[in-house]
Ligand binder design. Structure first.
Ligand code: NIG
Ligand code: FE
Length: 398
């Protein structure tokens, strides 16, 4: 995500008078996974945290910002979003709210609109959503392709994404486009071949929608193997629409994350619990498709690392607001406010294999959100209220 600021690179800035500081570093503060400190301060310089601790021990700095007792949390890490597209699907949403079911087939209408859009229109749409995210405290976002589904349209989608974030994901295997409906093997060959060649220079990750109406396990294996052979890192969409093979395949392939996890059988939970694959839950999708919610409690109690992300996209989850998703996760997925905040910060970082974000400690990126409330619990306790007063990205107020 890009930001602009007025401080020079060597300026030190003291964020002072923080009523509650959540670090997500369990070695500080109360010893919980959130590492909570009361009456705290942070010093940032050159885009990094250089000091944090009690207000009374804070060193001098060039710039002093009084946060007046507010809460500070690590900037949210939105590890799953589809921001490069044109058009919207409000009609499809309204039909669902009148009883229609969500299917992967709706993706085709966004593919039509995206192919017809100019590069500038795609960039403007994605930039608008990144700005919305920054305003709600998100400082890192992963952005997928997947609405182009031709070689040039996937490549330009990723070129747009790459200008906005380093966390870019090649999702040529989102669905089989209409023109390949009678020869899906040819489409899989394209995704694993020429399309991958055109997209790999812009992507860090390779993803497949492995679910009913999208790709099966063998097809997913083919695409992921081709992507990893090109140096991309694997992640998967799995078990959104039914208890299919996606979760266990993700574990087998060593994916950093498997996303959705809405319908799980015991073997899925066991596989995740014995692995380093993060289960990324996307409550906005269940909210917007009126599906059952995933059972986060079951995963956490089994020892699985859980992240929460928005899945921001025009079909299944058109929200850019991670605090909203956090509140839904607490209300409907049996997470505590502490677990949900960890999942939306450190959990998202784990899903992206990053240790410099989602945490506040010396050396970490100075990415944080200032919450206009006396504690982080208010993020879930006051759903829908815009409590994020300010977002700092790379040590600069965004
Ligand atoms: O993550 N599940 C697949 N892809 C998106 C939905 C895309 C769409 O409906 O446009 C998701 O929910
Ligand atoms: Fe998705």
């Amino acid at each position: 995500m890009t930001t602009a600021g007025s401080t020079t690179p060597s300026t030190t800035t003291l964020l002072d008078n923080i009523g509650q500081l959540v670090t997500c570093d369990p070695s500080v503060g109360d010893g919980s996974p959130l590492g909570v400190l009361g009456d705290a301060a942070i010093v940032v310089a050159e885009g990094r945290v250089v000091w944090l601790g009690p207000v009374r021990s804070a060193p001098a700095a060039d710039v002093h910002v009084d946060l007046d007792g507010r809460t500070v949390v690590p900037g949210f890490v939105d590890s799953h979003a589809h921001l490069v597209f044109a058009g919207d699907r409000a009609g499809e949403f309204a039909a669902r709210m009148s009883g229609a079911a969500y299917t992967a087939g709706g993706i085709a209408s966004t593919v039509r609109d995206t192919r017809a859009a100019s590069d500038d229109e795609l960039a403007a749409g994605a930039t608008r959503l990144v700005r919305e995210m920054l305003a709600s405290g998100t400082t890192t976002v992963e952005i997928k392709s997947g609405y182009g589904l031709t070689v040039p349209d996937e490549a330009r989608s990723l070129a747009v994404a790459r200008r906005l974030t380093p966390e870019t994901t090649y999702l040529g295997a989102h669905v089989v486009p209409a023109e390949y409906a009678t020869d899906r093997d040819a489409y899989v060959r394209l995704v694993a071949g020429d399309m991958l060649d055109a997209c790999a220079p812009y992507a860090r990750w390779v993803d497949v929608f492995c679910d009913r109406g999208a790709f099966d396990a063998d097809e997913a294996r083919t695409v992921i193997a081709a992507g990893t052979a090109r140096g991309l890192l694997p992640r998967l969409h799995g078990n959104q629409l039914e208890a299919g093979p996606g979760v266990r395949l993700a574990v087998e392939l060593g994916a950093a994350s498997v996303d959705h996890c809405t319908y799980l059988v015991d073997a899925d939970v066991d596989a995740l619990a014995g692995s380093s694959t993060v289960a990324t839950l996307l409550p906005g999708a269940e909210f917007s498709t009126r599906s059952a919610y995933p059972d986060a409690r079951r995963l956490i109690d089994a020892g699985v690392t859980v992240a929460i992300a928005t899945d921001c996209n025009p079909g299944s989850s058109y929200t850019s607001n991670l605090p909203f998703c956090l509140a839904v996760a607490v209300r409907d997925m049996r997470m505590t406010p502490a677990e949900a905040l960890w999942a939306a910060t450190a959990g998202g970082a784990a899903a992206l294999l990053r240790d410099d974000i989602g945490v506040l400690r010396p050396g970490a990126r100075a990415d944080l959100a200032v919450i206009d409330a006396p504690s982080y619990v208010h993020l879930a306790y006051r759903p829908g209220v815009p409590l994020v007063r300010a977002t700092w990205k790379d040590g600069v107020r965004a």
